[in-house]
Design a protein around this ligand. Structure first.
Ligand code: CP
Length: 317
């Protein structure tokens, strides 16, 4: 596997889940694969979970890890061609990428959507430059439109907690004070659509996601109706995806906050969120602290999803 942006880059969902189950029980069984190999993790944006879990996964596989925070200690990078570099950006990404990749065997990239230019974001301009110019396998640690290692960890978690073959999974938009990308909901939808779960997306009008990610999911604008009978509730905020409102906040309606009244509509559902989460906006304290909250388990499974992905890449080197 030379790039990892979504479920199609793995041999199959069944294979990926089987591997994840093996890795969870045998975290250090494949150290020979990573001996004398180096992974470089490049962060254009902040991270807690992705940074720690991906490093831990690589170390479990016997790898050396290097973490680089662009904008904090490295030169500021220009990412557009054809610009006169007379501002605060000292280095162009087209030199920086091959230099960075000369020190490693695999590159992980975190680069959020700018949410100003939809074409630039949805072309995955930054990570595609790494794919094109690094000459090394590249994995997304949340790029402009996808967060595949998060969605894979979410799927692993649902598989661990489901008590029926075909659970009802509801992804609900919830309010947030900041403009957030669509990468997490896009990937969650993509990975849920790769299963045979009953999958429902609910959000206010105006928050439609791109059809390539929505797939065959049921979209319901009535959150209360959507939540009925849910076995898993996956809450997430995202900004508007469709033009002319791309990257805008259209609603801060706290009627969409997931609280005990909302959870009472479900089939005693588990609550899920990728974290970090804003309490009182996305979810109430009592829901996230309840025994049905899986947020810590999801985060812990980030180590497993990352290790499964990196192992596949190492096997192809
Ligand atoms: N869920 C997630 O990706 O968390 P971080 O932004 O902290 O890495």
């Amino acid at each position: 596997m030379k790039t990892f942006l979504g479920p199609k880059d793995l041999p199959s969902i069944e294979y990926a889940l089987k591997e994840a189950r093996f890795i969870k029980e045998n975290r250090f069984a494949d150290q020979h694969l990573g001996t004398n190999k180096t992974i470089l993790l490049v962060f254009f944006n902040s991270s807690l979970r992705t940074r720690l879990s991906t490093q831990k996964a690589a170390m479990n596989l016997g790898m050396n890890t290097i973490v680089l925070d662009i904008n904090q200690g490295a030169w500021k990078l220009e990412t557009e061609r054809g610009v006169i570099m007379d501002g605060d950006k000292s280095e162009h990404i087209l030199e920086a990428i091959p230099v960075m990749s000369s020190y490693c065997d695999i590159v992980g990239v975190r680069s959020f959507a700018g949410l100003k230019d939809k074409k630039y974001d949805y072309n995955e301009t930054i990570i595609n430059q790494f794919i094109q110019y690094s000459g090394k396998p590249v994995i997304s640690m949340e790029s402009a439109t996808v967060h595949p290692m998060q969605a894979f960890a979410d799927l692993i978690t649902i598989e661990e907690y489901k008590d029926k073959a075909r659970p009802k999974v509801v992804m609900t938009w919830a309010p947030h004070p900041k403009v957030l990308p669509q990468a997490v909901p896009n990937s969650f939808a993509q990975w849920m659509n790769a299963t045979d779960y009953e999958f429902v997306i609910t959000h206010p009008k105006g928050y439609e996601l791109e059809p390539e990610f929505v797939g065959n999911a049921i979209v319901d604008y009535d959150q209360n109706k959507a939540l009925k009978g849910a076995d898993f509730v996956y809450a997430k905020n995202w900004s508007a995806c469709m033009e002319p409102h791309y990257g805008e906040i259209l609603s801060m309606d706290r009627d969409w906050t997931v609280d005990t009244k909302k959870m009472a509509l479900t089939n005693n559902a588990y609550f899920m969120h990728c974290l970090p989460v804003r309490r009182g906006m996305i979810v109430s304290d009592d829901v996230i602290e309840s025994p049905r909250s899986l947020v810590i388990q999801e985060a812990a499974n980030r180590e497993i999803s990352a290790q499964t992905v990196i192992k596949e890449v190492l096997k192809s080197l």
